[in-house]
Each structure stands twice: as C-alpha cells, then as structure tokens.
Design a protein around this ligand. Structure first.
Ligand code: SF4
Length: 564
C-alpha cells in the first residue's frame, strides 16, 4: 500500500518564501495579534490563533533568491521600523550613483543620473540574506515556513482556489516509486497567496485555466539577469557605490544593461540583464555577460579578484500594463508573479513587499467576515490600485515597450515620459510576448548558417557556464524524472534545429540543454541535463515554440545561492 497523501489545513497559505510572502505573513500575524489584544477591551470578535504557512521549494529560505539588489526600504521601514537594531543584513547604504554608456572600449558618464536610477540612502542587499532574515522575523511572529515543499498543482473546487498540492518525493527517473516514495501533501486554505516570483509555475496554471486574469493586459515580458559576486582587491569601489551601464556588449536591438554594486568586505555584485525579447536566435546572455566583464570598466574592478558566487534569474519587465487581475475566489497574486517590478528603476523587492502587506490587509478583513470570495478579496486589488505601487508603475508604464524598436527610440520615449507622466510617445503601448520576437536564422541573418563557435573564456575573469554553475551550489537528485518537459520533441529535431539553431543551448545560463546525435538512429535530439538547472525559467519564457514546460523538481533541489 503506498503511503497516504497528507492533508494540512492552514488558515492562510503563502506560496514562495520571497519578500512578498514574508512581508505579508509578518504584517498579517502582527495585525491579528494587535486586533486580538484590542478586542479584549472593545469586545470585538477575536481571530482564533491562525495557522499562517509559507511553502518554499528551496532547501532553505534564500537558497533560490537572487536579485541585484538595491532595495528601496520604504515598506521594510514601515513593516519593521527597528530592522537595523534587529540585525537586518544590509550590505551598505547607497552613497553614490553613476550611469555609463559603454562603447567597445570606452565609457561616457551621464552628466546627471536620471531620477529613477537615483538610489541615495537605499540599501545594497543580498536578497538571499534578506529573505533568510525576514523568515526569522516571520517565525518569531508564529508563521510556519516549510522549505523543500515545491507547489506542483493548484487545487480548485468549482472555480475557487482551495490550496496547493506539493511535489511527490521518491520517484525514480523512469517514474517508478522508490522505497522512500511519499506523495506530496495537500495544503488547503480558504485563501492562497501566489508569490512564487517570476513566471511562477503555479501562476502559469492559473493564467491558463483562468484567462480572464490577463484579459486586456499586455502579455508579461521578462529579462534574464546573470550575476556574479566577486571578492576584489581592496579600495577599488566603496560599499554603497552603485553603477549602471547601458549599451555594450548588447546591440541597439537588444534590451538590457549592467549593474555594479559595492558590497561590504571588498565584495561586489555585478550582473547583466538581457531582455528576453531579443531577435537574434544565436544570442547567449551568459556569454554576453562574460563579454561585458572584459570591458575596461569591469576589468579594472575584478582583475586580481575571485568570483565567489554565480546565479541567474528572470524578472518581469512588462510593468503596469502586464499586471493581471490580482485576486479571484480563494486566491491573491503578489510581487513578481503579478509583474509588479518597476522596469525603469529595475526594482521589484519593494513593490513585492508592499503587495504582500496589502494582501495581508485584505485577508485580515476576509478572516473577520469569513468571506474569501473575489468580492471580498478584491479589496486587495483596490489597495494596490490606490497606492504608490500603481503610481510608480504608471510612471514607467511604457518604458520597456519603448525599447521594442531599439535603444534610440527607447531613450526618446523614456525622456518624453519624464515630461508627460509616464506616457512617452503614446498613452498605452502594446507589447508582444518575448518569444514571438525571436527571429529565425534566415530572418535575422538573411541566410541559413550554423551558430557561431562558442566564445572562449580565460578561466580567470571570464568563465564557461559549467565553471560558473559550480559557484551556484546547484544540485538535484539525479534519480528523478526531469522537471523540464519538452512537450513536442519532434519540433526540436525537425524544425527548431533548422529554423532557430536550437537556441535553448544558448539562452539557458546553466548548460542544461545539449544538442547531440542519437547513437541509434543518428538523428539530432536535445539532451536535458536537468540537474544543472538554476530555476531561472528562461527556457519556459523564451522557447520560440513554447514547448518547454518548467515544472517543479523534488523538494530542496536547485541552487544554493550565497550572497546573491
Ligand atoms: Fe533556466 Fe530553464 Fe536553464 Fe533551468 S533549464 S537554468 S530554468 S533556462
């Protein structure tokens, strides 16, 4: 007899232990506590000690968290005013902002840093360290955090979300039950908060099943951030110095830019964002990042240093017009899952935290009334709509779309948007899903040709994907089914290889997809080294045929990020 599926009934379920869930759960727990204390004197109805749970797919909180990151601390200050006294892990407060336009070997400094990139007084943080610390604060408020529990299926009853099924454990690569087989648990709750981060696999199920959530919205579009943390010789950059770069090594057709953030103890965070709506099927974001490090500005910083950490993650760039309907019966969407990142400021931790806080406010009201329908939970939509989240997203509402026709029109649109409240050239610009913009080899190069030879790396300043990957701590149990599903493998062999030259080999920053000849029939096919996967979701987003489905592996698998 296989073991029975466990059912855990919780009062509020948050999915993903990122900044939205952690801030939301802390706020909710505090709010309930304050309410119950005052209910003693007012005679108001108390809320029974609630079971607030957070499920997290990583081995521990923070293991899968990655961001630049410069944090706008407003929601953190509101949520935990004494966060510094409580040991919040802040690398440095931003003391200097610079923006450079890079050419192949040179740099032109912007005479004035544009207001959205002014970060004075904000915090340079490692998102992994911040989420770890926030989880401790949440647990101190009585919130239960469940690492190694990836949500694999949304549970619904008559169109209402009733919880999440988590991933089974103990299945071998052929799909057979191993002796340690354990079916995933069902976490049921009157309300589930989806805060899985970018391109959440559960949110994807919801958007597919409930297309009304994205009705009249622009499709969500994304960028991939490839990042390393370095320890460098002392004195080259101060903690809190923030530099952003434009142009090199990307061409003017490709959206993106770089960041350099000074951390404490002579560490720096460096990374390159590449818009996942590029046209060139041969583009390799990881190789572009390595090329960027060869620029004299970067070379002068990292030469003689040591790369200590590597990771990659996607981020939503669609902004205001891609924000979905935020609630439905029994569910709420927060943070990056709901495209709340401000693409002009390249910041989303603060909006994620604030969205979690507003979700908690709406859930608190629902707990009092006992009504978790959309009619009740849409109080959350209204709170977001009336808040600074929306004003901020509106002020950058056409930012990313402006770059769809290249760098120069993007810059003109952005400049205009400073004058007309965020509209730029048009009040609402449409967007295409990123994968639709990738061109075939024939379209992009005007002739059929083979992908270029892989870039060579020196192993000191520039690294191949596998060397980088080693510094991400990524591990998955090998004896399990691949969590990356190619839904129609024939398309890879018969079409993609000819039309696009297997772009999955290049857009994946972790060397997961390898094109090889089948030993039996000599036909080309894709080998999937899924154990390398850093869970960035690029393949799910950028595959031109949309036949790659990222699903959850067994709990605890994935990167083990440090200082990212
Ligand atoms: Fe990212 Fe997909 Fe590669 Fe995993 S397989 S690292 S999700 S692109």
């Amino acid at each position: 007899m296989p073991p029975e599926r466990e059912v855990l009934e919780v009062d509020v379920l948050f999915v993903g232990a990122g900044p939205a869930s952690l801030a939301g759960s802390i706020h909710l727990a505090k709010k309930i506590k304050a309410h119950n204390e005052s209910a003693e004197s007012t005679g108001a109805k108390k809320i029974e000690e609630p079971f607030i749970g957070i499920i997290e797919k990583g081995a521990e909180v923070g293991a899968h968290s990655l961001s630049g990151a410069v944090l706008d601390p407003k929601p953190l200050r509101d949520l935990i005013p004494d966060h510094k006294e409580k040991g919040c892990p802040i690398e440095a407060e931003v003391s200097k902002d610079e923006l450079y336009f890079l050419t192949n070997k040179g740099k032109i400094k912007a005479p004035v840093t544009p207001p959205p990139l002014k970060n004075h007084g904000y915090y340079v943080v490692s998102l992994g360290d911040l989420t770890k610390w926030l989880a401790e604060q949440a647990e101190a408020e009585g919130v239960e955090v469940f690492p190694t529990f990836p949500g694999t299926e949304v549970l619904e009853e008559n169109g209402k979300v009733i919880g999440i099924r988590t991933q089974d454990k103990g299945i071998d690569k052929e799909g057979n039950h191993k002796p340690n087989y354990q079916p995933g648990a069902d976490f049921t709750a009157p309300v589930t908060v989806f805060a899985e981060g970018t391109r959440g696999s559960l949110a994807k199920q919801l958007f597919t099943k409930h297309p009304e959530l994205m009705k009249d919205r622009n499709p969500m579009v994304y960028g991939l951030g490839v990042k390393e943390v370095w320890k460098i010789p002392p004195g080259r950059i101060k903690p809190g110095e923030v530099i952003h770069t434009m142009n090199y090594p990307l061409n003017t057709d490709t959206y993106g830019g770089g960041w350099i953030y000074g951390m404490k103890d002579d560490h720096i965070s460096i990374g390159l964002v590449v818009g996942l709506d590029y046209k060139d099927p041969f583009l390799d974001p990881h190789a572009k990042f390595q090329e960027w490090k060869e620029h004299p500005l970067l070379h002068g910083l990292i030469d003689g240093g040591e790369m200590v950490s590597y990771g990659a993650k996607t981020m939503p760039l669609g902004g205001y017009f891609s924000v979905p309907q935020l609630s439905m019966d029994g569910a709420i969407l927060c943070g990056d899952t709901a495209s709340m990142l401000n693409p002009m400021r390249l910041k989303g931790i603060h909006t994620a935290m604030q969205s979690g806080i507003y979700a908690a406010d709406a859930i608190f009201e629902a707990m009092l009334s006992g009504d978790y329908s959309r009619a009740s939970l849409e109080k959350y939509d209204a709170l977001v709509e009336q808040s600074w989240i929306t004003s901020e997203l509106k002020s950058s509402r056409n930012f990313h779309q402006g770059f769809e026709n290249g760098l120069w029109s993007g810059l003109i649109n952005t400049s205009l948007s400073f004058l007309n409240g965020g509209a730029g050239l048009k009040n609402r610009m449409a967007a295409k899903a990123g994968h639709e913009r990738m061109e075939t080899i024939q379209e992009y190069y005007g002739a059929q040709k083979a992908p270029p030879a892989a870039k060579q790396f020196d192993g000191k300043l520039t690294f191949d994907k596998l060397t980088d990957l080693f510094k991400s701590g990524t591990e998955h149990l090998e004896d399990q089914p691949a969590h990356l599903k190619i839904l129609e493998p024939d398309i890879c062999s018969n079409r993609c290889t000819i039309e696009y030259g297997n772009p999955c080999e290049r857009f994946c920053p972790a060397n997961v997809y390898i094109w090889e000849q089948d030993a039996n029939d000599g036909k080309g096919k894709v080998r999937i080294d899924f154990a390398n996967c850093v869970h960035c979701k690029t393949c799910d987003i950028m595959d031109p045929y949309q036949i790659i489905n990222w699903t959850t592996p067994e709990g605890g698998g994935g990167p083990q990020y440090e200082k990212l």
